[in-house]
Design a protein around this ligand. Structure first.
Ligand SMILES: CC(C)(COP(=O)(O)OP(=O)(O)OC[C@H]1O[C@@H](n2cnc3c(N)ncnc32)[C@H](O)[C@@H]1OP(=O)(O)O)[C@@H](O)C(=O)NCCC(=O)NCCS
Length: 169
């Protein structure tokens, strides 16, 4: 019962809690609040939070995007590009104390439902380490090679183990 959770759409009242989870999760890859907020601002309806009792313990930030295009890390996104063809999952994070209770998977499933509802046929993301790669593989994502040199440079900003992945819906 400790981790009895529910998943809900993100909204402004949760933004500070999202920033706190982000800061407590990432050291090398922590983004500014402005960069995180810009993802919420451009597409809040595709972002979700997990709540345990009265506390927000995790989030999924995603937005429509273009396949094979890597959004630069820690930058403010002003808008969604024209002709989007994927839902891009920018970040998924759960407070350490609440992990391994199915919350990460539940958030991804909510994102998958949302992508299908919006008519997307794929979801893309970057897994930053081996644990994340395996986690996403279990959920059906596959590694996807990217070839454009600018995108490769942007991918390496996420760390040398970063891998671009795709789930075909
Ligand atoms: C990756 C991350 C989001 C996963 O979140 P999570 O809530 O722990 O995910 P889940 O609980 O759905 O699944 C994690 C594991 O717990 C297991 N699990 C799920 N429910 C469980 C339960 N009730 N009892 C025991 N284990 C359980 C899952 O099978 C899975 O096992 P695995 O590690 O062998 O794959 C989390 O580890 C995290 O926030 N990491 C730091 C940020 C990060 O790296 N994000 C990804 C960026 S690419």
């Amino acid at each position: 019962m400790k981790n009895l959770y529910n998943i809900r759409e993100a909204k402004e009242v949760y933004f500070n809690e999202i920033f706190n989870i982000q800061k407590s999760t990432y050291k090398d890859f922590a983004e500014t609040n402005e960069a995180v907020k810009s993802r919420l601002d451009i597409s809040v309806k595709t972002c979700f939070v997990a709540r345990v009792k009265n506390e927000i313990v995790g989030y999924l930030l995603s937005h429509p995007w273009k396949v094979n295009l890597i959004p630069a890390l820690n930058t403010v996104l002003d808008s969604i590009p024209l002709n989007t063809d994927c839902l891009y999952m920018h970040d998924l994070a759960i407070f350490k104390k609440n992990r391994k209770a199915g919350i990460g998977e539940a958030l991804i499933k909510k994102g998958i439902d949302c992508a299908i509802r919006l008519g997307f046929i794929r979801i893309n993301l970057i897994a930053i380490n081996d644990y994340a790669k395996n986690f996403y593989k279990t959920l059906g994502f596959k590694a996807k090679r990217i070839t454009h040199k600018d995108s490769i440079t942007d991918l390496f900003a996420y760390g040398e183990s970063a891998e671009y992945m795709q789930l075909d819906l």
